[in-house]
Design a protein around this ligand. Structure first.
Ligand code: CP3
Length: 371
């Protein structure tokens, strides 16, 4: 099924993600649609978080909010949803507890746990079909965007989703994730592969619905060691990067740029920049990298870097924002290269930021990157 969307008025991020020379670096912000915006709370009303994700009208309204508030300053929209919709589609119950975050009443305990068997046996096509509301929200959002900016689709990375599925929520100690990793390595690898298969099909369906780039969020990559990243996370991430283009070709769709955000995995940056090893077009950086050292690790490889200001600068003074932007503009060698950089924060914007503080950051990027 083909869609007849309006022509793009701004395709900067697509050109940048392909490594092309561009007139200014594109900007988007992780979690740009969310609780720091008063209009988010208004649109959400009394609804539960996942109820909003499942309602294409509400999800598309929330997706558009930052694009409208910061018109001319943002170069992409990201569909309003959550990485935890995949565990839900695999049959697990996930609740969003107000002010506390996600909660799985019944996490996966061990490979002997009947629920592990159920997840592993879940029919792929059925799981992906359960996320039909996401595809509907994407198509509606593309229509409402009218070509203003491209729309990013996303999924959680297998390792990060496995952490949530065995921890039952966020974690500080990762006791269960590490137990799985080091006690049940084969069952862990099998589960990671199962999730990766869902990710490929889920992302392909998002592209079919209208997503123009995709990002894989590996928010807990920093919990791994170089060896466990290589043996556990990397194969499933490489599988997604290799299979998605094939799946898109089968569906008669063009390949879209793929972004990997391996948060905390500074030790794996060199591998992530290697197209033969991981295969992503863009690598998202957290703020534990200095822009200059990340750019040096990338070297003259064509991969694009995305990031990476500490989201905490948005609590600070304008002077500290100006200094951080300067560090990025110089470190990513914007003026010299005029390519290879997509601006973002090093992680999601937090609920405590004033929208005007984000606006100043966006304007400062525009100011300092003028050629
Ligand atoms: O604007 C956007 O970026 C699109 C929407 C989006 C959300 N979650 C909305 C959301 C995206 C891309 C995500 C991804 C996501 N979800 C990640 C990866 C990014 C990251 O932060 O590392 C993770 C780990 C999750 C899981 C998750 N969802 C957590 C840990 C929480 C609670 C804590 C928190 O930071 O909010 C959520 C809830 C969530 N996801 C909210 C939003 C707007 C808040 C829900 C509310 O309104 O109460």
């Amino acid at each position: 099924m083909g869609h007849d969307f309006a022509p793009m008025k701004n395709d900067l991020i697509i050109r940048a993600a392909k490594g092309e020379k561009i007139e200014r670096p594109p900007i988007w912000i992780m979690r740009q649609a969310g609780r720091y915006l008063p209009e988010y709370h208004e649109a959400k009303g009394g609804r539960d978080f996942f109820e909003c994700c499942r309602d294409p009208e509400v999800a598309s309204t929330i997706t558009l909010q930052p694009v409208e508030r910061f018109a001319g300053l943002l170069d992409a929209a990201i569909i309003f949803s959550d990485i935890l919709v995949i565990p839900q589609a695999l049959g697990m119950v996930v609740e969003m507890v107000d002010k506390k975050g996600p909660h799985f009443p019944q996490p996966l305990v061990s490979p002997e746990d009947g629920q592990y068997g159920d997840v592993m046996a879940k029919d792929l096509a059925a799981a992906v079909e359960e996320l039909d509301y996401v595809y509907k929200a994407i198509t509606l959002t593309r229509t409402k965007l009218q070509g203003r900016v491209p729309l990013i689709g996303f999924c959680g990375a297998p390792w990060t989703l496995l952490c949530y599925m065995v921890e039952g929520g966020g974690s500080k100690m990762f006791v269960h994730s590490k137990t799985w990793l080091y006690r049940y390595p084969d069952a862990t690898k099998a589960l990671l592969h199962k999730i990766a298969e869902v990710c490929v099909e889920y992302l392909a369906r998002q592209v079919q619905a209208g997503a123009q780039l995709v990002q894989v969020f590996d928010s807990w990559a920093g919990e791994l060691s170089p060896a466990t990243f290589r043996d556990f996370a990397q194969p499933s991430l490489a599988y997604i990067a290799a299979q998605l283009p094939k799946r898109l070709a089968e569906l008669g769709l063009e390949r879209v740029p793929m972004i990997l955000f391996p948060k905390g995995a500074w030790y794996a940056l060199d591998a992530c920049c290697d197209k033969a090893t991981l295969g992503y077009d863009v690598v998202g950086l957290d703020w534990q990298h200095s822009p200059a050292s990340a750019a040096a690790t990338r070297g003259d490889r064509k991969v694009v870097l995305q990031g990476n200001a500490d989201p905490g600068i948005l609590y600070g003074t304008q002077e500290s924002v100006i200094a951080t932007v300067k560090d990025m503009v110089e470190g990513f060698e914007w003026k010299e290269r005029q390519s290879g950089w997509i601006v973002n924060l090093g992680h999601g914007i937090t609920p405590f930021v004033k929208p005007e503080s984000l606006k100043f950051f966006l304007e400062e990027i525009h100011r300092q990157t003028k050629l």
